[in-house]
Design a protein around this ligand. Structure first.
Ligand code: NAD
Ligand code: ZN
Length: 371
């Protein structure tokens, strides 16, 4: 007989609906699964776009994909994670395809079903609501808007007990996306210029990482003055309010010719165009902002080819998670990656307030305290 643990979870019942806090139950871990008592979970723009069904994850579902917590139980095949370990949960991947074999897990051939499928790889859910009906789960191989979550050993990252566990969840998605885009994908080099279009949680993590990488010109473009202020505090050498100024012209002025490296983190096609236009010769733009599936964008073909520009899609900062997330924790502990300045904590019952504050731009990176 399968054993169940009683849980409290924030459920998304229908498209765009507020989260409802409900009692439910989750089954025990099997095989290589890990049951994690969630301490806190970040909330990311991707939770909102799935709540609003830009990505058609089946509902009702438990979202949440930046969980951190303590290992409560492990399945019989789990080798390197033990009860009591502090862990950060990240996205799911298969470990078996060519991308995974070469350390590029975020391009796993099973990325979509493992993270957005709404169940395990057989389509089954591990959670039942109070009426015994299944709730879609396994969102990003975790569903962390819940007091307990089931992950796999592969996406469960053991972290140092010296770091404050309740802060670390966003390293599993939004923060590693911005930081990894700069360090792993673009490979921003010492002395170079870097511009982020969008100074949200992802863009500002990129600003922090650009300093770690040694960029000497770091530009943040946004339309919200408070975000630009924070960007300066976090180390941007220049900020541009693109509502008031022509961002492309300003970037060219500041850098001389155009930026060597850029990041698009707004998900707006017109802003992607600005980013491509703002590159100098042989410049590269990383694209992380996610519009609705099927969205087109445009660029000037001759500008791209004559200047040798590159456009590069980036998932989850190209992070090899078992290596990169502990590195970010170490940089934080050394005072070189102050992502805590992006964060505001909320109680679990205030999860809808957190979503609203995030969407209004009042809060950059909400973290929901779960237990
Ligand atoms: P966010 O909402 O905090 O940040 C977006 C920022 O863009 C905001 O500061 C907003 O003011 C700014 N913005 C809006 N319109 C603008 C404009 N016209 N010009 C300049 N700036 C503008 O969101 P986030 O959490 O930082 O996430 C950013 C994007 O990255 C989202 O689309 C999210 O879904 C996506 N994302 C992608 C991945 C990935 O792996 N590719 C991972 C996490 C998040
Ligand atoms: Zn995310």
């Amino acid at each position: 007989d399968t054993q169940f643990t009683q849980i409290t979870a924030a459920v998304t019942r229908s498209k765009g609906a507020p989260f409802t806090i409900e009692k439910a139950q989750i089954r025990a871990p099997k095989a290589d699964e890990v049951l994690v008592k969630i301490v806190a979970t970040g909330m990311c723009h991707t939770d909102m776009i799935v709540r609003d069904q830009y990505y058609p994850v089946p509902l009702p579902a438990i979202l949440g994909h930046e969980g951190s917590g303590v290992v409560e139980a492990v399945g019989p095949l789990v080798k390197n994670i033990a009860v009591g370990d502090h862990v950060v949960l990240t996205y799911g991947y298969c470990s078996q395809c060519n991308s995974c074999h070469t350390g590029h897990e975020s391009y796993c051939q099973e990325f979509y079903p493992r993270n957005f499928g709404g169940g395990d790889m057989e389509g089954k859910s591990a959670i039942q609501d109070a009426k015994g009906e299944p709730l879609h789960d396994h969102f990003f191989a975790q569903s962390s808007f819940s007091t307990y979550a089931l992950s796999l050993e592969s996406n469960t990252i053991k972290v140092s007990k010296k770091a404050p566990l309740e802060l670390l969840g966003p390293l599993g998605c939004g923060i590693q996306t911005g930081a990894g885009a700069v360090i792993n994908s673009l490979k921003v080099s010492p002395g170079s210029s870097f511009v982020t279009f969008g100074a949200g949680a992802v863009g500002l993590s990129a600003v922090l990482a650009a300093q770690v990488a040694g960029a000497t010109t770091i530009i943040a473009v946004d339309v919200v003055p408070s975000r630009l202020e924070l960007a300066k505090e976090l180390g941007a050498t220049h900020v541009i309010n693109s509502k008031e100024e022509n961002a492309v012209e300003r970037v060219k002025e500041i850098t001389g010719n155009g930026a060597k490296f850029a990041l698009e983190s707004t998900g707006i096609p017109a802003v992607l165009r600005q980013g491509i236009d703002a590159l100098g010769s042989l410049g590269t733009i990383g694209v992380v902002g996610a519009p609705a599936l099927g969205t087109d964008a445009s660029f000037d073909v001759n500008d791209l080819l004559l200047n040798g520009k590159s456009i590069r899609g980036v998932v989850e900062g190209d992070s090899t998670t078992k290596i990169f997330i502990p590195q970010l924790v170490e940089l934080y502990l050394q005072g070189r990656f102050a992502f805590d300045k992006l964060v505001k904590f909320y109680a679990f019952e205030d999860i809808n307030q957190a979503a609203e504050d995030s969407e209004k731009g009042i809060t950059l990176k909400p973290i929901i305290r779960i237990s």
